[in-house]
Design a binder for this molecule. Structure first.
Ligand code: AMP
Ligand code: GLY
Length: 418
């Protein structure tokens, strides 16, 4: 099969790495890809959000299957456009991707179908939002409605902080159009766990539980990032909690989307908080998480292409999806200054030595003219190791980071430990 993966980060490298192991996949392409993906797939220089060019390329080159990984092209309807062109595509259609693209939609869905989540109100007028914040008091959570790269969420400790967040979103348009609607939520307390699940519109198979680390610095300090590391499975996700999540959250969500005429095919990402009142949804994403995918793909024992096809064909209930025993951990090596301001274009050394100790997924890299690997983004690499248990996985991942260096390299030293 000729398969195209859309995207170009660490997540897409992990997906391509796993797909390249499938005997079914004879030709693998990735658009736009990156310096590391180029080792397992042919990179195609088309922007992930360019729906028209992507579909035209897939048609012209007779792709048998396309996997759309990032949120933006999903929200823009890339899967719809591929299907219309007769190309089987993995990922939700735009009308289902809205579960991530609009927090107002997802909160409404959870309310309607009694799926546990934080209490909330949605506002399109700033004065109403400010009055609500004052009436509720702090702590309180303010969220921009649309896609804001995971940065449109403020967990405010004081009323003043919450008011400032509302103003920056609704008056100063800090997140552009994303902030013209805000969702204001009750602040939940408890450990966070992520569960990604494969869906075929009707059936759902959860992957191993995982956890990422969103803050830039050790001890969960500093600004929110796309994720500075992740591991799986999470020791906090006990079989009892898993059973409750399946019954109270996962199955009701898939059934709700189907009942709304928006059947969800692809990967649904459940961001969960384990509160004293039970597990509750913090957020849904309509895609694989980054960096959660890097450890998850390292633990997956089943052919990923078979799973993708079952999701598209609606036969996921017939699949036996297996995972390796033990645990996996991914450490993100980032450019100093990320997520605020950073420089790119620095040569990276030590990749070969690191590659002997763990799997080094590339996130923001590109190949220089002489073939050297250069930094090309905020998150640069995701060094991922598998171990007999979480402790061993963490140790192996950090050991494999040691040989790697580039100017201003920054990483957290407590991934998996907090
Ligand atoms: P989100 O983009 O919705 O996942 O939010 C980013 C982060 O903000 C989450 O991972 C949580 O740590 C935190 N958060 C979001 N909503 C809430 C809430 N209602 N209560 C407490 N923390 C929250
Ligand atoms: N790691 C968080 C996300 O992919 O949204």
């Amino acid at each position: 099969m000729k398969v195209l993966v859309v995207g170009g980060g660490g997540r897409e490298h992990a997906i391509c790495w796993k797909l390249a192991q499938s005997p079914k996949v004879t030709e693998l392409y990735c658009a736009p890809g990156n310096g590391g993906i180029a080792q397992v797939a042919q990179c195609v220089p088309i922007k992930a959000t360019d729906v028209e060019a992507m579909v035209a390329w897939a048609k012209e080159h007779a792709m048998d299957f396309v996997m759309v990984a990032p949120d933006d092209p999903l929200a823009l309807g890339m899967v719809d456009a591929l299907e219309a062109a007769g190309i089987p595509a993995f990922g939700p259609r735009a009308n289902a991707a809205v579960i991530e693209a609009s927090k107002a939609f997802s909160k409404e869905l959870m309310k309607k179908y009694h799926i546990p989540t934080a209490k909330y109100e949605t506002f399109t007028d700033m004065d109403g939002a400010l009055a609500y914040v004052r009436a509720q008091g702090a702590p309180i959570v303010v969220k921009a409605d649309g896609l804001a790269l995971g940065k449109g969420v403020v967990v405010a400790a004081t009323v003043e902080e919450a008011e400032e967040a509302v103003r920056s979103m609704m008056q100063d348009h800090k997140f552009g159009a994303s902030g013209s609607t805000v969702v204001i939520e009750e602040c939940m307390v408890g450990p966070e766990v992520t569960v990604l699940a494969f869906c075929d519109g009707e059936h759902l198979v959860p992957m191993l539980s995982s956890q990422d680390h969103k803050r830039a610095y050790d001890g969960n300090q500093g600004p929110n990032t796309g994720g500075m590391g992740a591991f799986c499975p999470s020791p906090k996700y006990t079989p009892e909690i898993a059973e409750r999540c399946m019954k109270e959250i996962f199955l009701p969500t898939v059934a709700a989307m189907k009942a709304e005429g928006r059947p969800f095919k692809g990967v649904i990402y459940f961001g969960l908080m384990l509160t004293q009142d039970g597990p509750k949804v913090v957020e849904y994403n309509a895609r694989f998480g980054d960096p959660e995918t890097q450890p998850l793909m390292s633990m997956l024992d089943t052919d990923l292409m078979d799973i993708f096809q079952a999701c598209v064909d609606g036969t996921l209930d017939q699949m036996d999806i297996r995972w390796k025993p033990g645990a996996s951990c991914c450490i993100v090596l980032a450019s100093g200054g990320y997520p605020v301001k950073y420089q790119s274009g620095y040569p990276i050394s030590g990749l070969e030595a690191a590659g002997k100790l763990a799997t080094v997924f590339h996130a923001g890299t590109k190949l220089g003219e002489d073939g050297t690997v250069l930094t090309a983004g905020g998150r640069v690499l995701g060094v991922t190791a598998v171990g007999g248990d979480l402790e061993e996985a963490i140790k192996k991942a950090y050991a494999a980071c040691k040989p790697i260096s580039f100017q201003d390299m920054h990483f957290r030293t407590d991934i998996g430990k907090v």
